[in-house]
Design a protein around this ligand. Structure first.
Ligand code: SF4
Length: 378
């Protein structure tokens, strides 16, 4: 079912851990809110899905392994260790395999971090979001700003030096969020990697309901632009490379797992709502934890759908993925011609056969990608 269409075994494995303590105000991910995480039953279902994915019994040799969510750190120290043992029954981890665990700051205890490190986790992606406690309350986060700083120190003390922090920008003006202060506090912590997300308020989230009843006004476009440009200036001045529209890294610390997605490499995803791509076919699992769990208990396939991209969609994807990374889009003469007005506006630069976006261009990525897709295959 999920063999690599490129003829080899997958080099990248994603494991979705859906559990969260509560729903954050902006979150529309597929999650399962649980006070107590059912670690044992989750791992049994995970074992069943891994066995289904690898019916041929091939030994996968992984370059990257990524525990995303949800909140994978809620599995705890022992739970993650058991998940790692399980993965090793089906895959060998290459010597420098990048193993990322997404964690909320309040889950990063000394005991858990040591277990994670000893079981092979070497990269911790910490959902910090802001250093302003009022903002964290508004977001329904389960941690405060001091816990972010503690989590970074605890991870490092346990031997996990490759730490990534997330921040959300373009928050409603009424919150009075001090973006400069957030930048400064984050840079002082010197994480190896930073991910930045502009807030979009989705329907069926707590923030979506606040907006619908008039209790919340979204940030204007100018706020989105000014926050992004401030962050870009501050991070590049601090030595970070802007290597993807939402991601900055110190030299040598780009996310290899996410880079595989942007390069359209095959990967396998397991867990509720996880996606897989074999080089030709994309597939995705049922989103609800209970359905995923119950289907696996009956030995039933958990895939909810598949798609094969047509020529047009493949071009659109190649253009979009090319433009969103710093390595840029390898372009045909027709595409380069079409980009001239963007270069004149200061939104893109052309270097050889590649088009790269400038900081102002990153803000217009979707429009530019749609425009270039009309011109044809790169
Ligand atoms: S911790 Fe992450 S996945 Fe869970 S509710 Fe909050 S934003 Fe969503």
């Amino acid at each position: 079912m999920l063999e690599s269409g490129s003829g080899g075994n997958p080099r990248h494995l994603y494991i979705h851990v859906p559990f969260c303590a509560r729903r954050c105000s902006y979150c529309d991910f597929s999650i399962a809110v649980r006070r107590e995480v059912p670690v044992g039953e989750y791992l049994e279902a995970l074992r069943a899905e891994l066995a289904l994915c690898n019916r041929a019994g091939d030994e996968w040799r992984l370059d990257t392994l990524y525990f995303g969510g949800g909140t994978p750190s809620r599995l705890g120290g022992v739970g993650v260790q058991r998940a790692m043992d399980l993965v090793r029954e089906y895959a060998s981890l290459e010597g420098d395999c990048e193993v990322t665990l997404e964690a909320n700051p309040d889950d990063v205890s000394a005991h858990a971090a040591l277990r994670w490190h000893d079981s092979g986790v070497n990269r911790l992606s910490i959902g910090s979001q802001s250093f302003d406690n009022r903002v964290l309350d508004w977001m329904h986060r389960t941690h405060d700003s001091a816990q972010i700083e503690d989590a970074v120190a605890t991870a490092r003390a346990a031997g996990i030096d490759n730490v990534s922090l997330d921040l959300i920008f373009a928050l409603p003006e009424a919150l009075g969020r001090n973006w400069d202060d957030d930048m400064e506090r984050l840079i002082r912590l010197a994480p190896r990697h930073v991910s930045l997300y502009g807030l979009t308020i989705e329907p069926h989230t707590p923030a979506g309901h606040w907006r619908d009843r008039g209790a919340l006004l979204e940030a204007p476009e100018e706020r989105y632009e000014s926050d992004f440009l401030t962050a870009h200036a501050d991070f590049t001045a601090a030595g970070y490379e802007h290597y993807e529209v939402s991601n900055y890294a110190q030299p040598g610390y780009r996310s290899r797992h996410n880079s595989a997605y942007w390069q359209r490499s095959p990967y396998v995803g397991v867990g509720p709502s996880a996606h897989s791509f074999d080089g030709i076919v994309r597939s995705w699992n049922v989103a609800q934890y209970t359905e995923w769990f119950s289907r696996l208990g009956k030995g039933v396939d958990v895939k909810a759908g598949t798609e094969v991209l047509g020529a047009e969609e493949t071009v659109a994807e190649q253009v979009y993925l090319g433009l969103r990374t710093a390595s840029g889009l390898l372009a045909t003469p027709a595409i380069i011609d079409r980009s001239r007005s963007w270069v004149e506006a200061g939104w893109a630069v052309i270097a050889g056969k590649r088009i790269h976006l400038t900081p102002l261009g990153w803000l217009r990525l979707d429009t530019f990608a749609a425009d270039l897709t009309l011109v044809g295959s790169p």
